[in-house]
Write a protein that binds this ligand. Structure first.
Ligand SMILES: [Zn+2]
Length: 521
């Protein structure tokens, strides 16, 4: 009997493992995966938009460049081993970086494109990312549960380059983890190898993958801050990778003799014409961000005006100017600048977020709400949720306000803490028993005390509890009030009642509940 049971258990486990085994489309090997391909596609679809937003949004001022990058990407995707709905976009971000979400949703930053010398090098970057998607490296990371490391990386990146990573809340946190994770050594080597094979199949000269790696090693030796926070944090360049790539290319080259292998240096230069011509404007923009970090707002504004003079259509320049006006509490100018940024590019969360906060400060509650909701649809942030919570409370909807505050509380830093306090303040009034507990104890003289605990993270005042006692078959009640009760502390109150001689006392003979309390201050 026991043997049969054991056998059944073994069969059950085997079935569970078999059902979660999948063939890797790139390597052909069987591997454990707890994330199905359909789930991967769904995750990629859902996270693509907000992941782009959190990394600067689309580089919409030069749509021709995005089209070009997408064309090169599709040429690689067409020869990949996994038929996914591949998409490629250029992001308006000076940090050299590229990433792939599950399901083939890929992005490359403007700041990486400026370091490349040819279409073949671009094909090497995109080929590497296509393999991450095709070989299901994101699903593997989710299966291994290593995404937590990614979450830590988000924090590390946030402190250097991206002010918003700390503030992403809700379902979009998954995308932030996926695009900043390290896949691990084996996955990187696999992406390098098959990326090169895909380049060749698509007709590109694979030697570009080596010149690209050499550029990376050179740049990493320079210890450039942007590079440390960008591609290199998820893709540490290593001699091992360079050596492997060189060996593979040397092995494959003889077979390619006589075949046309494209470099596409001129075509790449033409596609990058706008970016190269306006490099100074974007350098001024980057300097403005550094100046803001150093609180040199006048310098930042001067740089931005110069940048706007060079590229008037770039919404980010005007949007950053608006952010400065908001910070300076110059609300009229801020609204005008946000309006201008939105008229140039109506598809970036930060302009709506900033304008929404500005309208909230001006007391324009309806306009504030519309803008904050719009910004949350593009990218849900703790700032927007916290502001929406405050507006909703002013409109008298406590439960909805609590919902917003609890979402905002997922964010780290000052805003998250402020939202958490706002939530507890409301919830303490609604559900004081969730924060205050009451028990009883008896001293040597049989006096009954009630012990009131503050289990919350806040210091409380005006704590009122109601207690009912059952003594010798009779019920009596009392109401007790404490002027203050610190977080994590307790207070014993003499109930004025005694346990009759010869009887035992148990907590069952008392029922208590917290009636009300307020946060101190
Ligand atoms: Zn990689």
């Amino acid at each position: 009997m026991a043997y049969r049971l054991l056998l059944q258990v073994i069969l059950l486990f085997a079935a569970a493992i078999l059902s979660s085994c999948a063939v890797n489309p790139v390597t052909g090997r069987n591997e454990l995966s707890l994330v199905s391909e359909a789930q991967e596609r769904a995750i990629g679809e859902k996270q693509y938009g907000s992941s782009q937003q959190s990394q600067g949004g689309e580089f919409s001022v030069d749509p021709v460049l995005s089209e070009y990058v997408n064309e090169v990407g599709q040429r690689i995707a067409a020869v990949s081993d996994a038929p996914l709905d591949y998409e490629f976009v250029v992001l308006n971000n000076s940090v050299p970086n590229a990433w792939a979400l599950p399901g083939g949703k890929i992005a490359v930053n403007r700041g990486l494109l400026t370091e490349l010398n040819s279409e073949a090098e671009l094909a090497a970057v995109l080929g590497h990312e296509v393999v991450h998607a095709a070989a299901r490296h994101g699903a593997q990371a989710m299966t291994r549960g290593t995404l937590l490391q990614g979450a830590l990386a988000v924090g590390a990146i946030a402190s250097q380059d991206n002010d918003f990573a700390d503030f992403i809340v809700g379902a979009s946190q998954l995308g932030a983890q996926l695009i900043s994770q390290r896949y691990g050594r084996e996955a990187e080597l696999q992406s390098d190898e098959y990326g090169i094979r895909y380049m060749i199949a698509a007709g590109y000269d694979p030697r570009a993958a080596i010149s690209l790696q050499e550029t990376f090693v050179r740049l990493s030796a320079g210890q450039n801050q942007g590079w440390l926070g960008g591609l290199f944090s998820s893709h540490p360049p290593s001699e091992e990778r360079v050596d492997n790539n060189r060996a593979l290319v040397n092995e494959l080259l003889p077979e390619l003799a006589g075949r046309d292998m494209e470099i596409g240096a001129l075509r790449y230069e033409q596609a990058m014409a706008f970016v190269h011509e306006n490099a100074e404007a974007y350098a001024l923009f980057d300097e403005s961000e550094r100046a803001i970090a150093d609180n040199d707002l006048d310098i930042a504004l001067l740089n931005l005006d110069a940048a706007i003079g060079m590229v008037p259509d770039e919404a980010r320049f005007t949007g950053l100017k608006a952010d400065i006006y908001l910070y300076q509490e110059n609300y009229t100018e801020a609204v005008t600048a946000y309006d201008a940024a939105i008229s140039k590019d109506g598809n970036y969360f930060d302009y709506y977020l900033g304008r929404g906060v500005t309208h909230a400060r001006l007391g324009n509650r309806r306009q504030a709400r519309t803008d904050l909701e719009q910004s949350s649809q593009l990218l849900p942030t703790a700032i927007a949720m916290n502001e929406l919570g405050k507006l909703t409370l002013l409109d008298g909807n406590r439960n909805q306000a609590k919902e917003y505050f609890s979402q905002a509380a997922q964010g780290r830093g000052q805003v998250g803490m402020e939202a958490a306090a706002s939530f507890i303040k409301l919830d303490l009034a609604d559900n004081p028993e969730n924060y205050i507990s009451v028990s009883s104890l008896v001293d040597d003289n049989r006096r009954i005390y009630i012990r009131v605990f503050n289990n919350s993270d806040l210091d409380l005042e005006e704590v009122t509890v109601e207690v009912a006692f059952l003594i010798e078959g009779a019920i009596s009640t009392s109401r007790n009030r404490l002027e203050s009760l610190a977080s994590g502390d307790y207070r014993d109150i003499n109930s004025g009642k005694r346990v009759p001689v010869g009887q035992d006392w148990s907590n069952d003979q008392m029922s208590a509940r917290a009636l009300s309390a307020r946060p101190s201050g």
